[in-house]
Each structure stands twice: as C-alpha cells, then as structure tokens.
Design a protein around this ligand. Structure first.
Ligand SMILES: *[C@@H]1O[C@H](CO)[C@@H](O)[C@H](O)[C@H]1NC(C)=O
Ligand SMILES: *[C@@H]1O[C@H](CO)[C@@H](O)[C@H](O)[C@H]1NC(C)=O
Ligand SMILES: *[C@@H]1O[C@H](CO)[C@@H](O)[C@H](O)[C@H]1NC(C)=O
Ligand SMILES: *[C@@H]1O[C@H](CO)[C@@H](O)[C@H](O)[C@H]1NC(C)=O
Length: 431
C-alpha cells in the first residue's frame, strides 16, 4: 500500500526522490489552531480562557448559521466559515504561501487573486496567477471544470468560473484554475501535487479575517484537498487534535496516505454517510452513557436514531445534540457534579460550574455511534471558559446536530472515504 501510494505520485511529482521519502507510508502536515501562538490570529494579550470563550462564541455562531434545507440536509450556503483550524499550503511556481481556513464543511480550495473586482483586505501577499509559471485556467468544457459543482462558463470566452457562498453570507466568485499545490510536512520536506484544481477568487467578501487568504476544503466533495490528493489510491485522511489548552505547545496533525489508516488496539469504527451533496461527514449518534446509564436518541416518530443524524466537524468547538435528547442527559450530568453553579458566562451554555483545572466529579461519558462506543476524557465534554468557570460543552440545538472539535481532541480520527467509515482511536496527540 505504501509503495503504491508513493509510486503513483512519482508519475506526477517533480523531485520525486525527495517526495517519495516524505510519502513513504504517508505524510503529516500541521493543522494550526486559530488561537494558538502559531496562528496569525494569535493575540498575546488574551488569556487562554479568553481564547476559550471566543472559541465557544464562534461555535455558537457557526451552528446557528447551519440551517437545514427541506430534505433535512445542510446545503452549501449554510456553514459559517470562520472555522477553528488553519492550514498552510503553497500554490504555484515559485511557491506562494497561503494560510487558509481548513474546513471539513466545504469542498473548494480557493485563494484571493488579482486582478480583484472586490476582495477583502489581506495581510499576507496575494497569489498572483500571472506570476506562476505553472498556473492555468480551466476551460468550461473540460472535466476539471466539473470537479466542483457550482461552476459556469464566463460571459465572454469559455473560462470556467465558480460562485459559492457560506451561511454567514461570506462568498467567493472566481476562476477555476489549476496549479501545483505544496504542503510542508512535519518532517520538514515538501510534497507537491501538480494540476490541482482550485479557485482564483476575484470577488470575495465575508468573515474570513485579514489573516487568511482563502479556504482549503476538506469535505468529501470531489474538489476538496483530501479528495484530490486521494485520487485513485482511495481517499483517506486522519487528524489528531491536541487538547485546547495545549495548542500553544504542541502541534495538531493532518495525515494523508497509509499512515492515516489506524492500526493496533482500541480502534472503534462507525459507518460514515456521505449524502448527495458531499459537503459534510455524517455519522449516526445512537445514544450517550453518563456514568454507565445509557440514554437513547430517538427519531421524530419515536423509533431509533435516524441514520446520519450528526455531522462530525473539525471547525466547530462545541458538540450540538438534538435538544430533546440533550434534555434527557442534562439531569444525569448535573446529578454527578456537586459544585456551585455560577451564572452562564456565555449565552448558549446550560451547565457551568465554579471550577478550574480537572473538573471534580466529572461523570464518565461514552458516546455511542453505530458500532462505535467512544469513551471520552473529561476535557472532551467540559471546557474551562473563564478563570474559575468550567462548562459542559455539549449543548442543545434544534438545527443540525454536530460533533465538535473539543470532543475529538486526543483521538486519532481516521476518515476512509473509499470504505465509507470513520474510526476513532484514543491517542496522546501532543506526543
Ligand atoms: C507558512 O509557511 C511559510 C513557508 O514555509 C512560513 O514562512 C510561514 O511562517 C508559515 N505560516 C504559518 C502561519 O505557519
Ligand atoms: C479570470 O478569467 C478572466 C477570463 O479569462 C480574466 O480576464 C481575469 O483576469 C481572470 N481573473 C483572475 C483573478 O485570474
Ligand atoms: C465526483 O466524481 C465522481 C467520479 O468522477 C462522479 O461520479 C460524482 O458524480 C462526482 N460527485 C459530485 C458531487 O460531483
Ligand atoms: C478564582 O478562584 C481563586 C481561588 O478561589 C480566587 O483567588 C480568584 O480570585 C478567582 N478568580 C476570579 C476571576 O474569580
């Protein structure tokens, strides 16, 4: 498997011998938490708890933007784009660094490109398509134009163009293009992928923030980074997110190739349901156990959980449960913890306690996905948002339930799009 993975890239990779070394078994790149010291958004004047409070507020805004359509499926234009992780890629020859929002809830890779009709202010230098010797536009009759589904033919000529928006009304319009995309691996080498399809956005506005230059989609859609890198070898990737209060010291990783397939003991696996639009990774939440007592999720007409009822998202902080189900588990959580309850410091939390550090009496929590019982650490479900206040980070929603990134920290989480499975393995991600 490892060898095949390497050799298929050797057809296309320049400097194949250097790349082969990086690809042996796969390779990992850094996922930069938006609030970590490596992030261009880092504000040294904030305390860790202020950052935690901000992350929680961002998550509340993200899920409120995520409305479902009539078929009960979120559509392209509903996810808020200010996701929690960033990724550093290069585009073009010579390579230009782009720090982009890494989003498991969108598919296109895009960056701002001159000549702009309307672009948001960006601190980093722009990717200039004219300055890249390997850049090409895509004809609207070409297959590459249909890798992304929101494309059309330019009014004059036959340039493949796209237009897409996110739930917070952020949007991007531009030319579908191809160029070399490079990733710098955690072992220090660079891997490059020629002919990658991405958007050169000339009309972009919204909540991206001046410190990013675009978005790298990690969804199951054909245009995403993971699908384009996967190619014929089969698409799989994994990530390991370090706990929130360690993000300044340790690196979260995004892994490709056979290293992304888990081995060894302790792995649990659940079917992943990729719906028609291929924008989100859906899994099925069947129930949750609190200190050994199991609560079941039921469908609207009282039967078992609806298949694919939950999205797993790296971009949102909190975990959002169907509100009727949340109301069942909340008393079990509150019964377990005997601590004073201050006023909720962030509108959206329901259970907050006067506590700092390890939460005394935190109940053991197991999340039951179909075929996979995920046993959480206390910090997967409780989040310190102020100096002395720790809140239950599972919260109710009447919109789309989501499994957020706090719940995923210190697990290696492996997405196998070819088999349609999602696997979890407890892991010390800081290691
Ligand atoms: C992105 O990569 C470039 C080139 O390796 C580096 O100079 C820059 O500091 C990186 N940015 C971040 C935010 O890691
Ligand atoms: C987009 O394509 C059109 C038509 O080829 C071209 O005139 C324009 O300069 C391109 N814009 C960017 C930002 O590449
Ligand atoms: C993705 O590509 C495959 C193979 O080319 C195609 O069958 C499928 O319809 C595409 N999916 C979308 C959503 O465009
Ligand atoms: C947090 O608790 C400690 C110990 O009880 C106390 O000294 C400190 O003033 C509290 N901080 C805040 C912001 O309430």
């Amino acid at each position: 498997m490892a060898t095949r993975f390497v050799s298929s890239f050797c057809f296309v990779i320049l400097l194949c011998s250097a790349a082969a070394e990086a690809l042996e078994g796969g390779f990992s790149v850094e996922l930069i938490h938006r609030d970590s010291h490596k992030s261009p958004f880092y504000d040294p004047s904030e305390t860790p708890f202020q950052r935690a409070g901000k992350a929680a507020r961002r998550s509340i805004a993200r899920v409120r933007g995520l409305r479902t359509n009539d078929e009960g499926e979120p559509s392209a234009d509903i996810s808020r784009i200010d996701a929690d992780y960033l990724i550093n890629i290069t585009i073009g020859t010579p390579p230009m660094s782009i720090v982009a929002i890494a989003d498991t809830g969108s598919d296109l890779i895009w960056t701002q490109c001159p000549p702009c009709q309307n672009c948001f202010p960006q601190v980093a230098p722009w990717f200039n398509p004219r300055a890249s010797s390997t850049y090409a536009q895509v004809d609207c009759n070409s297959d590459k134009c249909h890798v992304f589904d929101l494309t059309f033919c330019s009014r004059q000529g036959s340039t493949c163009q796209y237009s897409t928006s996110y739930g917070d009304r952020s949007y991007t319009v531009g030319n579908i293009s191809t160029d070399i995309i490079g990733l710098s691996t955690l072992t220090g080498s660079a891997v490059t992928f020629p002919g990658m399809v991405f958007g050169c956005g000339f009309n972009n506005d919204g909540l991206y923030g001046i410190h990013t230059s675009g978005v790298v989609g990690l969804s199951p859609g054909n245009a995403s980074l993971v699908s384009q890198i996967g190619g014929n070898e089969g698409t799989h990737f994994a990530y390991c997110l370090v706990p929130f209060f360690s993000t300044s010291k340790y690196t979260s990783k995004l892994t490709f190739g056979s290293d992304a397939l888990l081995t060894g003991p302790g792995i649990v696996t659940t079917p992943m349901i990729i719906k028609s639009k291929r924008l989100y990774y859906h899994i099925t939440l069947e129930g949750i156990s609190i200190n050994g007592k199991r609560f079941e999720v039921s469908g609207s007409s009282g039967q078992g959980a609806v298949t694919g009822n939950m999205i797993i998202d790296s971009g949102t902080t909190l975990t959002w449960l169907p509100s009727d189900f949340y109301r069942q588990i909340e008393p079990a959580v509150s019964a377990a913890i005997d601590l004073p309850r201050p006023k909720d410091p962030i509108e959206g939390y329901n259970l907050c306690y006067t506590s700092s550090g390890v939460l005394k009496g935190a109940p053991s929590i197991t999340v039951h996905f179909t075929g996979a019982d995920v046993v959480l650490n206390w910090y997967n479900a409780f989040f310190q948002v102020e100096e002395n206040i720790t809140c239950f980070s599972f919260v109710p929603t009447d919109d789309q339930p989501m499994y957020g990134n706090l719940a995923q920290m210190d697990f290696m989480i492996s997405y196998d799009l070819t088999l349609g499975t999602l696997s979890f393995k407890p892991y010390d991600c800081a290691n």
